[in-house]
Every structure is written in structure tokens, then in C-alpha cells.
Design a protein around this ligand. Structure first.
Ligand SMILES: Cc1ncc(COP(=O)(O)O)c(C=O)c1O
Length: 335
């Protein structure tokens, strides 16, 4: 199959870029030092490539991701790094023999783990991102409570999500240290073998966590590209030019329903300035001096945010130039 035969908009992954990112990360954080976050790609076939790169433990954001990873035989050690109030479906996954660890930050979520049949938990600690996680000084009490209710506490997690995207490396380095002091303080009270944290933007700066939960590194996006990390942009959305206006702009069939837009407009791979996206359209202008576009031309759009972009698509095509090497189902979508 050739990329010209793909129906657009189509999610396209450059095979060489993907391999570069897998290799680069596996060299920096080998084996269990990385717990790849599958929410970035939602694709068991890609998770298998991460296994081939040496990683056997995974981070998930949804129950559906845990179920899909376990069903695909990738359930050696799955962390649901998120709170749930009904863990029944997770208990069913545990009953199949997969290892599932659930983040908890309250009595209600501890009860949910116990009642649902999940036996292992991690105390989720708030290290500054206004999202889930208990206060660091409350972590010991929650761990005791979980133990008293018959759960095994594997340690702590604390995601520094407010830091990972800061463009200034020194600032990231400085701030991540403060976050991890809080997490280590909580770990002292909780105990256990796991201190789990970090993302793509702090993968090499967060030297306090025992394992890093990076996900975006494997495909990247324009937001993370600004950080000067050693990972390359391997993901584009292939689109078709459907209209060319003589006044100087062109329109392709890749709108905000095919792109995660919360980090801003995407970039055209050829450098053409993007004017705006609407539901099913992207409007852009040719760069000065370029021959312009014709209806039917294929163009590549680089998303600003990898995770929500992928969640819009059912299939991911792995390509080498114009050749489609493999087509993978984005099979961990939904909740
Ligand atoms: C709990 C958690 N850990 C880790 C990450 C890291 O992801 P990324 O690789 O995109 O920085 C995220 C992303 O939002 C997250 O929610």
C-alpha cells in the first residue's frame, strides 16, 4: 500500500523516527526505569514495540487501556495512574492473572480498589499540579488505611504535569527537584518499592523517581518539540488539499476533529503558515516563493498535542516514505 491510497485524514507514523525515539529512550532509561504511558498512543501494537525495546511495565490512564493491554498479553505490570470510584472492571482484569496497580488518594478510592478486587495500590501524591493526589503529609495515613483494609501498597506516585512542558530546561530542572522532595517525603512515610513520576519533558531531569511515566516521547508533537529533546517528530496527519483559493490560501481535509488542539494550532510539515482550523478544514497559505498547491495534493500536518490527536483516529499507519509498512488499530480508545 502507498500513502496516496490512504483515505484522509490519516494518522501516519514515520518508522525511522519511531525507532529513533524508542532507541533513544531505551538507552537513557532502560527496562523498568521507564514505565511508558500508553495514553499517548493508545495502540497495543506500539506498546509491543516498547516491549521489544526492553520495557515490560506500563502506565495507563483509563480502565479501557488496562483492559486492552491485559487482553493483548501485555499485563505483566500495569499501573492505572488515575483514580476510579468503581474498580469492578479492573478486578476482572486481575482475575485473569494480569498485575494491576491502582492509584488512590482518598478513603473512597481505597474502598473502590478493595471492593472491586484490586489488591495492589500506589498512593498518589499531589506535587503541585492541581489534579489528583493527596497532600504529601497525608500519604502515610492513607497507606496505613489501605494496609488495614487488606491492600498491598507498592509505593507512591506524583506527576509533575505543571512542569514537564516548561520550555526552559533550567527552570524545569529546578522545579522538578522541589516536586520530588515532596514525593520522597511521602515515600518515607509510605514505604514500598515504587517511586513513580515524570514525563517526556523531565525524563532525564527527574533523577529522584525510580521510574519515569513518559509517553509522548515515542511520537512527539509540536509542543514538546520546543523543548529541544533528543526525540524526533514521528507523527503527522496526512491530509488532502480540497480547495485552493486564487487569493492565496489552500484548504485541506484535516480539521480540529482530527487534531488535538489544546496546545494550539498544528504546523504544516512543509512550513506553510497555518491560518486556522475549523471542524473538518485546515486553512493555510503557501510559503513565499513556493509553487503553491493544487487540489488533490497530499500535505502533512504536525499535531500540537499527540495524545488527543491519536484518540480521534481508529488506525495508525507506519510508513517509510510513501510506503505503508503496517497499519495498527488504535485499539485502546474509549473508556
Ligand atoms: C499521570 C501521568 N504521568 C505521566 C504523564 C507523562 O506524559 P508525557 O510523556 O506526555 O509527558 C502524564 C501525561 O499527561 C500523566 O498524566
Amino acid at each position: 500500500v502507498n500513502t496516496h491510497q490512504l483515505q484522509t485524514p490519516a494518522l501516519v507514523v514515520d518508522a525511522g523516527g519511531l525507532q529513533h525515539n524508542l532507541d533513544t529512550m531505551a538507552a537513557a532509561l532502560p527496562g523498568g526505569r521507564l514505565r511508558p504511558h500508553v495514553k499517548a498512543h493508545k495502540t497495543t501494537a506500539l506498546a509491543r514495540r516498547q516491549v521489544a525495546a526492553g520495557h515490560r511495565t506500563f502506565t495507563c490512564a483509563t480502565i479501557c487501556e488496562v483492559e486492552g493491554m491485559a487482553a493483548a498479553g501485555l499485563g505483566d505490570d500495569l499501573l492505572l495512574a488515575n483514580e476510579v470510584v468503581d474498580a469492578t472492571r479492573l478486578g476482572r482484569v486481575v482475575a485473569t492473572g494480569a498485575r494491576v496497580t491502582l492509584a488512590v488518594d482518598s478513603e473512597a478510592t481505597i474502598d473502590a480498589a478493595r471492593d472491586g478486587g484490586v489488591h495492589e495500590v500506589l498512593i498518589d501524591v499531589n506535587v503541585g499540579l492541581p489534579r489528583c493526589g493527596c497532600a504529601p503529609e497525608d500519604a502515610g495515613r492513607l497507606a496505613e488505611m489501605a494496609n488495614a483494609k487488606g491492600l498491598s501498597v507498592r509505593g507512591v506516585m506524583g506527576y509533575e504535569g505543571h512542569i514537564v512542558g516548561l520550555p526552559d530546561r533550567e527552570q524545569r530542572a529546578h522545579l522538578v527537584e522541589g516536586c520530588m522532595q515532596l514525593l520522597l517525603q511521602a515515600h518515607q512515610a509510605v514505604g514500598g518499592e515504587l517511586v513513580s513520576a515524570g514525563g517526556t519533558g523531565t525524563y532525564d531531569l527527574n533523577t529522584w523517581a525510580g521510574e519515569i511515566q513518559a509517553g509522548s516521547y515515542v511520537l512527539m508533537d509540536t509542543a514538546y518539540a520546543q523543548l529541544g529533546l533528543p526525540f524526533v517528530n514521528a507523527l503527522t496527519v496526512l491530509a488532502t488539499v480540497i480547495s485552493v483559493n486564487p487569493a492565496g490560501w489552500a484548504v485541506a481535509d484535516c480539521g480540529l476533529k482530527a487534531l488535538g488542539m489544546d496546545h494550539g494550532n498544528p504546523r504544516m510539515a512543509d512550513g506553510a503558515p497555518v491560518w486556522f482550523c475549523s471542524d473538518e478544514h485546515i486553512t493555510f497559505a503557501p510559503t513565499e516563493g513556493s509553487p503553491g498547491y493544487r487540489v488533490g495534493d497530499r500535505v502533512a500536518v504536525v499535531p500540537a498535542h499527540v495524545d488527543p490527536t491519536i484518540a480521534y483516529h481508529q488506525t495508525m499507519h507506519v510508513v517509510d516514505g510513501d510506503a505503508v509498512l503496517e497499519s495498527w488499530a488504535v485499539d485502546l480508545r474509549g473508556w
